[in-house]
Design a protein around this ligand. Structure first.
Ligand SMILES: C[S@@+](CC[C@H](N)C(=O)[O-])C[C@H]1O[C@@H](n2cnc3c(N)ncnc32)[C@H](O)[C@@H]1O
Length: 291
């Protein structure tokens, strides 16, 4: 979830879900009290959208309080790294996710889930549906889930693919993914150095998927994103694809699209450049196919 102005207005207009609206408000620094007041001020009893938003703020008040505390205590933020060394920036991001997953696993991978496994499962369902629609998964596909977190997407894909490898820079995320899904067939989890895909063999995957992890790869600065692009090309088989769901939290869609177009010019075919295929999650999709 990225920032953006007037999340309540966007939600009432149907552009974003209530879950994303309240998360944007929390990330923008509003307290749960202030969110409740702001929603009440925009009262429109005839609007289904307003009723859903107001209902969520009332019914999930405890979850909003918990998420607000998680955000302030774990220091999850989307500020560009102040560190010149990509290795140090990546380590800092890994440590931030180590702290977050120990506190609240579901919210640490998707704040808009408000820590609720059912909301997270619905969001995962949207992603699986899109991957299916784009013909990116199947029984003959090996998938690399880059920045797999607690493994919720990997686990949803494993029964639909030949194999899934989830990689993450946060050792505690990998531990949690293994604890939840470690014994499921066709599914493995491992740590990643975070600066690239050095541990992955050439031409060994059909899909590299990054669900909301690329913003942190971009945030790490330096050449970390460029290196991941070059490595994705290396580890994919001919005809394989790289799907990036959310590229950055720079709040500059034109800059994101320009970066992807630049990457695509190095041996990729650009299939989607910043579309919004989801209803619950506000993730933006970028799809590059090996040409
Ligand atoms: C918002 S969470 C999303 C997790 C998972 N993809 C999901 O959607 O449930 C971002 C994840 O990316 C991981 N991450 C951040 N930078 C990374 C990097 N350079 N390499 C690998 N993983 C990274 C974090 O540790 C975290 O688990």
């Amino acid at each position: 979830v990225s920032g953006g102005s007037d999340p309540i207005g966007l939600c009432l207009a149907g552009s974003i879900s209530p879950e994303v609206a309240v998360t944007r408000l929390l990330l923008g620094g509003s307290s749960p009290d202030r969110i409740a007041r702001a929603v009440a001020e925009r009262r429109d009893a005839t609007s289904d959208r307003w009723q859903r938003l107001a209902g969520l703020v009332m019914a999930r008040r405890d979850a909003l309080d918990a998420l607000s505390t998680l955000l302030s205590e774990t220091g999850i933020d989307h500020a560009p790294s102040a560190d010149d060394l990509p290795e140090a920036a990546v380590a800092q991001i890994g440590a931030m996710f180590d702290r977050a997953v120990s506190r609240a696993p579901e919210a640490s991978v998707a704040a808009y889930s408000l820590g609720d496994p059912a909301i997270l499962a619905a969001a995962t369902g949207e992603i699986v549906e899109w991957l299916t629609h784009e013909d990116l998964i199947g029984a003959d596909r090996d998938v690399l889930d880059l920045g797999c977190g607690i493994g919720r997407v990997s686990a949803a894909l494993a029964p639909r693919c030949r194999s899934v490898l989830g990689l993450d820079v946060s050792p505690k995320m990998v531990m949690e993914a293994r604890r939840r899904h470690g014994s499921e067939p066709g599914l493995r989890f491992d740590t990643s150095p975070g600066t690239g895909l050095d541990t992955v063999a050439d031409a060994s995957f059909d899909l590299v998927l990054a669900v909301d992890s690329f913003p942190y790869i971009v945030q790490a600065g330096g050449s970390v994103a460029d290196r991941h692009l070059a490595d994705a090309a290396r580890v994919l088989r001919r005809g394989g694809a790289l799907a990036i769901l959310n590229l950055s939290y720079r709040d500059d869609p034109a800059l994101d699209r320009a970066d992807v177009a630049r990457w695509a010019s190095k041996g990729w075919c650009l299939a989607s450049n910043g579309i919004s295929p989801f209803a619950l999650w506000d993730g933006t999709a970028f799809l590059l196919r090996r040409s």
